[in-house]
Design a protein around this ligand. Structure first.
Ligand SMILES: [Zn+2]
Length: 174
């Protein structure tokens, strides 16, 4: 038996409601443990004093006065409850818990997020070669034509994209 078990069983030990086996274990521990032995002595002395105190005799009107005070206290509590909003203490506790939750969430999400200094390998860009059909200035002849007619170049690009979709639709039989 260790000291914790001794302390847990001690009230029953004092009340003499333990099984015989446990009583023997308790007495063995008392014989070897100075601290628990002192504890046992102090508890037994305290109980002895308590049991030898003269009995208290309340005055004749004690019950009436007690009930009066209890009712008054109950009324005061009821009035206080009626007018009271959340106290400063509960407000501060709520605010603190919100802050703590936010802090924990920040920590959790910061851990879950991948490293911020992620670097991608460098990409080599090559300038596309211009078709050799060119005018002396080196520009594509189609571009020059559309520019000279006042048409912007980008609708042609869009039409090219749409043409692909159109052909795909034709292929699928839609
Ligand atoms: Zn002990």
């Amino acid at each position: 038996m260790n000291c914790r078990e001794f302390h847990n069983l001690h009230p029953a030990f004092l009340d003499q409601t333990l099984a015989v086996h446990d009583v023997v274990e308790m007495q063995l521990h008392l014989a070897v443990c100075v601290l628990c032995s002192r504890y046992d002595t102090a508890m037994r002395r305290g109980l002895l004093v308590l049991r030898n105190l003269p009995p208290l005799e309340p005055s004749a009107d004690f019950l009436d006065r007690l009930n009066e005070k209890l009712l008054a206290a109950h009324d005061a509590d009821a009035r206080a409850e009626h007018f009271r909003g959340p106290g400063v203490g509960s407000f501060l506790a709520t605010a603190a818990s919100v802050v703590v939750i936010g802090f924990l969430a920040a920590i959790v999400f910061d851990v879950a997020r991948p490293a911020r200094d992620l670097r991608l390998p460098p990409v080599v860009a090559i300038r596309p070669r211009i078709a050799p059909t060119a005018s002396p200035s080196g520009l594509n002849s189609a571009f020059v034509a559309s520019a000279s007619m006042g048409l912007p170049v980008w609708p042609a690009a869009m039409m090219a994209e749409q043409a692909q979709e159109h052909f795909a639709a034709e292929e699928l039989g839609r």
